[in-house]
Structure formats: C-alpha cells, structure tokens
Design a protein around this ligand. Structure first.
Ligand SMILES: [Zn+2]
Length: 334
C-alpha cells in the first residue's frame, strides 16, 4: 500500500498481528499480539463461518438479512476461539457518528448478542472497564480502532471509524473516554488499527478529500483518495499516544475483498486495479505466509469458485457487513 511515510513514522505495521491458523482454530482472522494482559483483540476475516452467499461465510451481523441461526453459529465459533461467552458479546447499532459510549453496567453486557432488537444504543464506539465484557463492532470499509490499557487501569475501547466519524472526531472521543473516564494516561494507551479500505482504493471525490485535508493536513489525502488510517494516526498522535504504541494491520478491504468483507457499493463496481491486485495478493500471501501458502491457495480457489468475485448483492444495502472485532477486557487473573 502506498502510504505517506511521515504520518507512519514510528508506527508498527508488521509483526503485531498473528494470523490465526485456519486449520486448528476457527474463525479466520488476526489476533493482535501486543495487547496488554487482560485484553484480547481479534479481527475476523470473512471466511471460517457457515453463512451462505452473499454473506459467506463468517457474517456476524444480525442486521444485514442473513439467516439468524447462521449468525448465532458464527458467533459461537468466534466465542469458542476467543474463550469468551457468546451471551456477553455487546454490540451497538452503528451509525457513522463520532459518538462513543460507556459500557459500565453489568446489565448492559450482552446487548445485541442475539439480535438487532437488543442492540446497545446507537453509537460508533464502546468503552469499558468491566471484566469479561466482549465488545464486537462490525466493519466493511471503515477502520476498526481498538484502544486498550493494561495494569491497574485495565480498559478497552473499540471504535468504528468511517470517513464521517473520523472527521467528526470519533478517534479523539475514544481517547478522551480512556483518559477522562478511566484515568488512563495517553502514553499508557495501546492502539490497534485493523483492516479498512486503503488510500490505494478509497476514492471519495475532491470535495470530501478537501474536507479531509482541511481537518488532517495533506498527509491524509492522495489526490481524490483519502487515507483513513493516516487520519486516525494523526488524531492518536496528537492526543499524546506514542507512535510506537500504535499498531496498524495494513490490509486494504478492497484489494483483499476475497478475504475481507467489502462494502456492497464498492463490490458492485470494483475498481479497475482489482485485476492487478488479485494477482499481487496471491503472490504476497505466499511470500509472507509461507506456512499458510497452501491453505490460502485452497481458500482462495474456493472463494473464487463460490463467486465472491462476481457477487450480486440483494437487498444488501447496509455496508456494515462484518469484519468484526471483539475485545475482551477482563481483570488480571481471570
Ligand atoms: Zn486497496
């Protein structure tokens, strides 16, 4: 991915995320390996679940029209892999805002665990210091940001950072929640940024790009494209989080759309560069993940035959399909 270097100075982009072995453990995804003790962060891919097209296969969202029982099964697999209770998975209704809320009462834990009617109040960030309170937010192209702090001030905050929310300050609000509510110093915060549409593919038009530039400076913009991760990093750094505490999983949802859920809008009209990206990606994965090379070949072949490339979407207008992220905050020793 072609990123503007100065924003990324000091930021960790390799080696902080371990791809979960798809044979031994389901679901497919990345585990954040630099989380403080007591916090787990996991980014799922789209494979390893039971949902059928166009939700294949690890859809975790009740709100997109998928078979309810399939979603339950997928969530159960995720819970088993992470060692969390499916009944405690808490999810808000996401709205592309900058609103971050506090998950502070035991009776709020598990909101949205079995259906959208019980979703947590609308917001795009949830913060908690409760023990064993897994938070799951869902993403297509938007940027997942997990903030965490260990030790005596154990706390975590998960943010759904889309273009709108980032401009409006969802990242700043998340950091403020950690510092103001939980008394965590910015230098003690670790941030993990998951897969999102990259500056390679995220063309937004000149008006929005100019808005981005006005808010974040030229480094978050490349022509008519914007760089969500750069914008988030700019806000994280300016809030006092040291760059070495910021970890970026550098995977573009658009370039890797067979591995990751992508906005249906974009899926209907794949950018021209896809053809090239697909080839590049095959090679990249074989080089980077030698031990997984064969498995991924197989996975991609299946994905190809099963069509994710030429997906037709049916009533599938909600872009938050389901890259998901679960964060568990638990007290040390639990
Ligand atoms: Zn891309």
């Amino acid at each position: 991915m072609n990123r503007n270097q100065s924003v990324y100075d000091g930021v960790n982009s390799h080696g902080s995320f371990a791809r979960v072995n798809p044979v031994l453990r389901l679901p497919y995804g990345w585990k954040f390996t630099k989380a403080p003790a007591g916090v787990k962060v996991f980014f799922t891919m789209r494979h390893g679940g039971v949902s059928e097209p166009p939700y294949e296969s690890l859809n975790l969202g009740f709100h997109v029209g998928d078979d309810h029982e399939h979603v339950i099964q997928n969530r159960r697999a995720l819970s088993e892999a992470l060692g969390i209770a499916p009944a405690g998975i808490t999810s808000p209704r996401q709205r592309h805002t900058s609103r971050v809320m506090l998950l502070e009462h035991d009776e709020q834990v598990g909101a949205g665990a079995y259906g959208e009617e019980s979703f947590f109040d609308p917001c795009d960030g949830l913060a908690t210091a409760l023990p064993a309170a897994p938070i799951l937010l869902q993403f297509a192209d938007c940027l997942p940001v997990a903030l965490m702090a260990g030790g005596p001030r154990l706390a975590a905050c998960v943010l759904h950072a889309g273009r709108r929310g980032i401009v409006d300050g969802v990242v700043r609000n998340g950091v403020a929640m950690m510092t103001d509510q939980f008394g965590v110093r910015p230098v003690a915060i670790t941030a993990a940024l998951g897969p999102a549409i990259g500056p390679c593919c995220y063309e937004v038009g000149s008006g929005i790009a100019r808005e981005f530039e006005a808010r974040f400076g030229p480094e978050a913009v490349a022509g008519a494209n914007v760089d969500l991760a750069a914008a988030a990093i700019i806000d994280l750094k300016s809030a006092g989080i040291p760059p070495e505490n910021i970890h970026l999983l550098d995977a573009c949802t658009c370039c890797n759309h067979e591995l990751l859920f992508l906005s249906p809008r974009r899926r209907d009209r794949p950018p021209r560069r896809h053809r090239l990206d697909r080839k590049t990606r095959w090679r990249m994965i074989q080089i980077r993940d030698t031990d997984f090379g064969k498995l991924h070949d197989q996975l991609f072949r299946n994905a190809k035959t099963r069509n994710s490339w030429k997906l037709k979407t049916r009533n599938h207008t909600d872009e938050k399909t389901s890259i998901s992220l679960a964060t568990e905050a638990s007290l040390p020793g639990r």
